[in-house]
Write a protein that binds this ligand. Sequence first.
Ligand code: G7M
Length: 326
Amino acid sequence: MESLAAADAGPPRSDAAPNTAAAVAQGQLTSLKDFEVVEVLNQDPLNKSIALRGRFAGRPDDDAVLLLARKPFDGGDVTGLAGPGLSLQLDFVNDIYSKYVGRPPPQHSGITVDLIYPATAKHVQKHREQKRIMVTETPELYERVVLPYIRAIPPARLQWVYNILEKKKEVERLIFEDPDPVNGFMLHPDLKWDQTSPDQLYCLALVLRRDLACLRDLTADHLPLLENVRDKGCRAIQQRYGVPPGCLRIFLHYQPSYYHLHVHFAHVALASPGAAAGKAVLLDDVIDCIKTCGSDVWRRRTLTYQLGEADELWRLLGGGTQEQQQ
Ligand code: G7M
């Protein structure tokens, strides 16, 4: 789809470019008046979200990815929502059943807006609707194809991680920190969570050490690290948000998007696609597997997981071949 907003946008304003870029970098964007939608990348009616590709006026070469999602309801504040502030327009009545379109008061009508700018082709691909396939990665495929792929990823992709670890960004969002250089980690709310309702809780633990890329690197040497992240992460979440360990789904992604070891803590009630089989591996299973099957089990195992068709790994792993064999 070309230029959804182009009709109203008028010619690009030459003064907008530097201001917009600086405002985005400094987190001072107050509206999207200079933003032009170029493409709807994906829509998810279930999660009430949409992913858009667009450009800012005066910056025709820089893509932006904009993720819009309706905020979940806050069950603690129902009187403010289902009260006089909610205006109703009838859709239909049938016997005892009726349906309306409701316009909530301003404090209940927010959406979350995630912006990636400037976005790389990888970001655009990641958020574009695509066919998913399952691939089976043998240890041999890992050594020959996946490991070289991981090693070739430019370090700049991890800049946001290093910004957190060096306390240059998200400092005020820090939930917990264990500064131990070997077993330490930092715990923050994940980008995906706006911290409004604890039953949508989603936190991310980033390990401090920089020599572990993903699940395949984990051995018995890392059991103290993994158990430390689990135990202290759970405790910190319970203290801060009142969510007990039994309500947490704690997992790693394989494949992850970012190859610096990190652990997801998500409320068990959250039906997130990232928690699906073929993507999430429970931290307790990672630990138990090492204990019961041996230190190098994650190097020796064949792992089956989902990939998007647009993912470079899919092509490198012989995209289509495995699918045709089914
Ligand atoms: O798939 P993978 O395991 O690599 O997931 C990475 C996680 O990092 C996702 O859940 C993202 O939502 C989260 N994330 C990504 N970025 C760029 C940021 C960020 O800048 N800050 C925080 N707090 N989380 C992020």
